[in-house]
Design a protein around this ligand. Structure first.
Ligand SMILES: Nc1ncnc2c1ncn2[C@@H]1O[C@H](COP(=O)(O)OP(=O)(O)OP(=O)(O)O)[C@@H](O)[C@H]1O
Ligand SMILES: [Mg+2]
Length: 231
């Protein structure tokens, strides 16, 4: 039986065929404060409830135990040891963290989270084109490595990306930073978008392989995490 880690939002789980599946890379992107980190922590908590560990590459340094405690509730103390945190400070350290994944991986790892894969990369970019090319190539290498680990070690991967605004058909649309590289490796994307209510977001789930229509749902951000919201 394939491992499926529930996200905690049945609307998303339904679109994903039950949850985050082993061997699958899910790209989560969206503007600031749309619940990307909350979703990642929630998945790590659910993974821990299934008895599996999460390797959490926290590039933003925004994994707060207090937030995990709110989401995990009474089980926090027993679930916390199931999260292995890595906190790179620059893109070079992020590269090392990816290279070390194999040392941490084992039968008991069910999920790898990268939050946010492009934050340290973005700090480096903006210089000469040559440097940008090298960074892009390294990002591609990291994603290729992650894809291989996900498939061979049977773990699910949740990769979070920032967004940037681009003009498409005379409209401003948001896309993940380094769209081409990230979308190439992702099997599924979840786009979180703000609404007029600060505690409600929409989630559009798009499966690339096999290709499905985008499914959209409303989610509410609460103290205990993200949950389905019926408007
Ligand atoms: N305990 C809580 N109860 C209710 N809402 C909360 C709680 N903690 C955080 N939030 C809300 O969650 C949102 C931030 O969620 P989160 O950090 O997951 O977003 P994000 O998309 O990761 O943001 P960023 O792009 O800045 O990393 C904020 O709107 C905040 O008000
Ligand atoms: Mg975040």
């Amino acid at each position: 039986m394939k491992k499926l880690i529930p996200t905690g939002c049945s609307s998303i789980d339904e679109s994903l065929g039950g949850g985050l599946a082993e061997g699958v890379i899910i790209l989560v992107f969206g503007e600031a404060e749309t619940g990307k980190t909350t979703l990642a922590i929630q998945c790590a908590v659910n993974c821990a409830r299934m008895g599996y560990k999460t390797l959490f590459i926290d590039c933003n340094h925004t994994f707060f135990p207090k937030r995990m405690a709110q989401i995990a509730g009474d089980d926090f103390e027993s679930l916390a040891p199931h999260v292995i945190l890595m906190r790179p400070r620059d893109f070079k350290q992020q590269t090392l963290a990816f290279d070390e994944l194999n040392d941490f991986i084992g039968k008991k790892v069910g999920l790898i989270v990268v939050d946010t894969i492009t934050s340290l990369y973005s700090e480096n970019i903006g210089g000469e084109a040559k440097k940008g090319f090298a960074l892009n190539r390294e990002l591609n290498r990291q994603m290729a490595g992650l894809a291989q680990i996900s498939k061979t070690q049977k773990v699910a991967s949740l990769v979070i990306s920032q967004v940037r605004s681009v003009v498409f058909q005379e409209q401003a649309v948001v896309q993940p930073v380094a769209t081409r590289v990230l979308k190439f490796w992702a099997d599924t994307t979840i786009n979180l978008k703000p609404t007029s209510r600060s505690d409600v977001v929409t989630a559009s789930v798009e499966t690339h392989r096999p290709r499905h229509a985008v499914k959209k749902a409303f989610l509410k951000i609460e103290e205990k995490g993200l949950c389905d919201y019926k408007s």
